[in-house]
Ligand binder design. Structure first.
Ligand code: DC
Length: 234
């Protein structure tokens, strides 16, 4: 982690952790409260997975996927004026909802396991973060993408709670799934993300660990805001 105290508008804040730890809700709210941009790196892997599934590309074809990653334009951000919702565009198409489909969720770990794919995504993520002033969420942000981030958080929660949160989200999105299936799929995805050879999900030694089990999103945001304000200048 970079020890230099910078103002929030120049800072890179990394938030990593497993699925369902509350990263998206918290990272988005934190970015709004600190008036920073927000970058969801998982959405980028999801957009690539969606495109590969649509054209029936073999998901073990590392070179093919890396080529597709290079030629795909992925843009994201809030509406003008920094207002939610956060939208994700793939080659100009709004794929915000499509990348959350169950099919994409089931296959994204396979796509993101390839070294050449990750290399290209990390390059894109560094470009998108630019000179800072951004909250970046993912699995390897504090370890690989921005090892010198000014502030790093690693969010976790118990498996049961993470599965319950994901289950509620999926129900709200209209999916007919059982809690058991959601938990099984989540545990499988976490195992793949933690055990892959390249850039696995792990906590950077200098990341602040926050266990969100039993905490509401606003309690987590308040905690992160306090920590951010104590460590950033101004
Ligand atoms: O955060 P998410 O569930 O939308 O992420 C989708 C998948 O993308 C996740 O299973 C692992 C992968 N991912 C990754 O490998 N590296 C990142 N920085 C972000 C996500």
């Amino acid at each position: 982690m970079c020890r230099e105290r910078v103002r929030a508008e120049q800072a890179i804040i990394a938030i990593d952790g497993p699925a369902g730890a509350g990263k998206s809700t918290v990272a988005q709210e934190l970015s709004r409260r600190l008036r920073l941009r927000y970058l969801d790196t998982g959405a980028m892997y999801r957009a690539l997975t969606l495109k590969a599934l649509r054209v029936h590309l073999d998901l073990d074809d590392e070179r093919g996927l890396a080529g597709m990653a290079r030629s795909t334009e992925i843009a994201s951000g809030y509406e003008a004026g920094g207002k939610p919702p956060y939208r994700v565009l793939m080659d100009g198409e709004d794929v915000t909802a499509a990348i959350r489909s169950r099919e994409v969720s089931v296959h994204v770990s396979q796509v993101s396991s390839h070294s050449a794919v990750r290399k290209e995504m990390v390059r894109k993520q560094r470009l998108l973060a630019g000179k800072g002033g951004v909250v970046v969420e993912g699995r390897d942000v504090g370890t690989v993408v921005f090892p010198h981030a000014h502030l790093k958080f690693f969010l976790t929660a118990s498996t049961a709670e993470r599965a319950r949160r994901r289950y509620r989200e999926m129900k709200e999105e209209g999916y007919d799934v059982s809690l058991k299936t959601v938990q099984q799929e989540m545990v499988r995805r976490d195992r793949l993300d933690r055990t892959r050879k390249v850039n696995p999900l792990r906590r950077a030694p200098d990341a602040l660990l926050v266990d969100t089990t039993g905490m509401s999103a606003s309690q987590v945001v308040d905690r992160l805001l306090r920590l951010a304000r104590s460590r950033l200048a101004g």
